[in-house]
Design a protein around this ligand. Sequence first.
Ligand code: TEU
Length: 578
Amino acid sequence: MIYQIYPRSWADADGNGVGDLPGITARLPYLRALGVDAVWLSPFYTSPQADAGYDVADYRNIDPLFGTLADADELVRVAHDNELRVIVDLVPNHTSDEHAWFRAALAAAPGSPERERYVFRDGRGAAGEQPPNDWQSVFGGDAWTRITGSDGAPGQWYLHLFDRKQPDLNWENPVVRSEFEDILRFWLDRGVDGYRVDVAHGLVKAPGLPDWDGPMNMLDMTEDHTPPPMWDQDGVHEIYRGWRKVLDSYPGERAMCAEAWVEPPERLAHYVRPDEFQQAFNFDFLITPWRAADLTEAIARSYRANDQVGAPTTWVLSNHDVVRHATRLALPVGQPRPNGIFATDPQPDAERGLRRARAATTLMLALPGGAYVYYGEELGLPEHTTLPDEVRQDPTYQRTGHREAGRDGCRIPMPWEKDSTSYGFGPGGHPWLPQPESYGALAVDQQDGVSGSTLELYRTLLRLRRELRLGEGSATQVDLGADVVAYDVTSGASTVRVILNLGLDPVELPSSSEVLVTSSPTLGGRARPEELVRDERASRRRVRDASYRVAGEERAAYRDERLEVHTDTAVWLAMPVE
Ligand code: TEU
């Protein structure tokens, strides 16, 4: 399991309100105890932070906000000492507009080699006053910005699929290609174990940059799966085959994971062909509505697609771009997915969200394949849904004219200790985004060692997943009715059945099985996980029915009660060997 650390928000050693590398290094033993195999760090490079570091000004240095190169080396060393591998984030689709290359491009003439590293075009219209095509930015507004020449006259336009401070690179240019292979080597030489590749589906654009009036988010396109001209062009794969060769030239197992919002799963599978990425996030699963039939279909489809290329799938439920699943799963099923929630929006039911989130994770961590966990989800952290608008920082909030709340609500600093300044995030007291009050009771120190807590649930799931080697197993769907998602996951000699009940009726557990772990503290109505353990994990338990007195002595009558999985609950069962 790979744990995503959002460096701004995990641990702030120097107390300036923004998390940093020394803070992360100091907390790595927590991850080892959680049962993590590797960490993925969102960008920590030199950056004006116009998109929280996804706007890189220098790919070979650390932003002073986060520390120094020496701090990064120390982090990698301590991680390896703790048997944790380190994955760093590579942002190849665009640089910052403050990158030396872009500055040079602005200073140079149209058609110059400096401009050729980006996507500059003359505007349309008599005086070039209209953008070169109709593409929209993923963050809202036009995907083109017109520059002003040194003489003050309006000049060419440059493409930015994201913020105007994130100009797209021109991947047709061999100079760009060799620069990135060099950057790959720079961090591999420093000992990192791999890369998560940002916007891996965006680097190559269709020749001629034709107009496109469809949605900018590929996963929002319904029936028509023709890739839009800015996404998932076949030309991207050649780039990744080159990168894979670079990785394979290093000792040890170095790996790449694609962030590619690509549909259908069969096209996503192209990214994990044997000579490309080892992993690609399964966002199709992430966005699947909370309905048994949809989940079963999404899971089946991902396995089918990836089996074609012999690659495992990569499960994920939360990250720094989506509403945290402890909140998202409480949103009404079937409505469009928001990227954040306003205080004035209907507020999702926190209890239902957490219950579903725990069940979803219990399902996910049983399934063969890779899995990513986003920091704080192991505490059951909800989205911050009542952030004051004036603290919002995500560019989508501004660029959509405040129609979209943006992604700040899933990026709130981590609570470690309930009674410390900023819940133990750092000594400064002014975290870069405010933490909601609910985070106090969810802090690590409130859940550590507490049976039934979300933290202990994750620890148990991850321990069993590792012991039983579920990630490497094979899954067979089990039909337990229309409202139930169930699989037998077999690995070596053991079979674990995972059952997730999304219906209103309880699902009875087979009498010959043993309950290994359950997502909700209630099972069969009143039992708690502790009782199950005391009951030797039997799938029946004895319930005290009545008391009566015999010759003055108190006696109890017991009956056997079958265990049941209730609504929005998932369990793992050890199945008897046939
Ligand atoms: O995200 C790419 C991307 O497509 C997302 O913007 C996604 O469509 C959106 O967030 C869904 O709500 C990556 C990074 O993960 C993101 O944080 C960056 O803002 C973006 O690239 C630009 O680098």
